[in-house]
Design a protein around this ligand. Structure first.
Ligand SMILES: C[S@@+](CC[C@H](N)C(=O)[O-])C[C@H]1O[C@@H](n2cnc3c(N)ncnc32)[C@H](O)[C@@H]1O
Length: 273
């Protein structure tokens, strides 16, 4: 179906906060205007896990691969700065390489730094950080989506240029990104709250490709929504040599299993101690 005049579309679908937009080829797509710091992703905990996991590693690539309007990315970046301080964070973690397949959210929100944050988001990111990294916009500022899309009592913000410069933002399917991933055991890949939805995805295949591409030491982060609605996820991750080291944070273990004789010796050695 091709719709020529996107302005005529009603931007709200009945189910939940999906909307329609027309991509560059004139194809109508749905967007999921997620504008929320998820309660399930504790970015401060993630920053601490990153500290432990990558101790001694110089450069770490943080890749939120379905970042939507980038709210999640902002929460992670501010938690990383809180944990490591600005200088170290800039050297080791930035730019955060964020992407989403949704052209509308990437072009109209993420690349422009526009977000609508409610009290929960402000509390999660921290009031001081909000003041430091964002400019509050007047309530009547026109956003690319109608106000009814945002949660009640949300306020409109725009990320400051310096904060925005900590991100590289791209419109790309995460299946493509994973295919082209060249990991050195220093990646943090986030695909949160999406694998359980179909989106025409083969979620098992996504996990298998991740398992092939991520080297030992890298991390994969998923969301509570996926965990609840896709019970097989845990099993696929385990099969792909991922260990859950903190809720929904998975460590990529070696996919090369030591020979049985080595395992037997390891067990014996453990037993003797
Ligand atoms: C429910 S939102 C979650 C956004 C954010 N990660 C969060 O947890 O708040 C799902 C997002 O996944 C994106 N998505 C779905 N399939 C994708 C794909 N194949 N590649 C990249 N992004 C995808 C959607 O465009 C949407 O922005």
């Amino acid at each position: 179906m091709k719709i020529q005049n996107v302005e005529n579309l009603s931007f709200k679908s009945i189910r939940y906060r999906n909307s329609l937009y027309m991509d560059k080829d004139g194809v109508v797509r749905t967007t999921q205007n997620t504008t929320q710091v998820r309660p399930d992703l504790d970015c401060r905990r993630l920053a601490k896990v990153i500290r432990e996991n990558f101790a001694g590693r110089e450069k770490i690539n943080i890749m939120p691969m379905n970042c939507s309007d980038l709210t999640e990315g902002y929460a992670i970046a501010s938690a990383i700065i809180d944990e490591f301080g600005e200088d170290e964070a800039k050297k080791r973690f930035f730019p955060i390489q964020a992407s989403d397949v949704d052209e509308f959210m990437i072009d109209k929100f993420a690349k422009k730094g526009l977000v609508a944050l409610d009290n929960w988001d402000t509390m999660t990111i921290g009031e001081e950080n909000i003041k430091k990294y964002f400019n509050e916009l007047p309530d009547d500022t026109k956003f690319p989506l109608n106000d009814s899309f945002f949660r009640p009592n949300s306020k409109k913000f725009q990320a400051k240029d310096e904060f925005r410069s900590l991100f590289e933002v791209d419109c790309v399917d995460f299946q493509k990104r994973i295919e082209n991933l060249d990991d050195g055991g220093n990646s943090v890949v986030l695909i949160t709250n999406c694998l359980a939805d179909s989106f025409g995805l083969d979620a098992e295949n996504v996990i298998n490709s991740l398992s092939d591409k991520l080297k030992m030491g890298s991390l994969f982060v998923t969301g509570l929504y996926d965990r609840i609605n896709l019970p097989e996820l845990r099993y696929w991750l385990k099969n792909g040599d991922f260990l859950e080291i903190s809720p929904r944070i998975f460590y990529k273990n070696s996919s090369i299993k030591p020979p049985r004789i080595v395992i037997a010796f390891q067990k014996l050695f453990k037993h003797l101690h």
